[in-house]
Design a protein around this ligand. Sequence first.
Ligand code: ZN
Length: 216
Amino acid sequence: MSVTLKQVFNKDKTFRPKRKLELGTQRFELHKWAQASLNSGVDLKSAVRLPCGEDVSDWVAVHVVDFFNRINLIYGTVCEFCTEKSCPVMSGGPRYEYRWQDEHKYKKPTALPAPQYMNLLMDWIEMQINNEEIFPTSTEIPFPKNFIQICKKIMCRLFRVFVHVYIHHFDRILQMAAEAHVNTCYKHFYNFSIEFNLIDHKELEPLKDMTSRMDL
Ligand code: ZN
């Protein structure tokens, strides 16, 4: 990370606190392993593959939490420019509009301003990853049967953050010279999603052209 980026990301701009893995736990070790292989110059396609002998749910859990933290930080750097006025609907250009739906207030898909949508989205993901029954902190507790299904939904929603940031707020990312950082995070996220088939192809559509131009 460059000095500028360190300054940008340390400026207390985190959208919300990060969820940390407990030090010394098996999953923390896996997280460290994943980080180390990323920093060792291994290409991203190989880095995302399940290490021999590891459990796929553990591997996905570690990555989903990590992607949430990183994407949350990325949105945090543009969130002051993402307002009800600048982004009255949560969209990815004129062709894609996202509607929010949950089990509480918005039982029917509802068009919302982007900042409101993002808040609900981040809150929802945070609730999932802090739920011990879904993301158990102890390896003694098994993952639920629908774990991968929940992770697919989280990844799909996180992808929408990339869509919105790339299409509507990339000027801000460029101003901060953070594009290399955002691109690396995106490439890692994209390769991981493809490797484990976590996002439907139609969801990837809004960034398809951009992705095809990237050196993945
Ligand atoms: Zn916005």
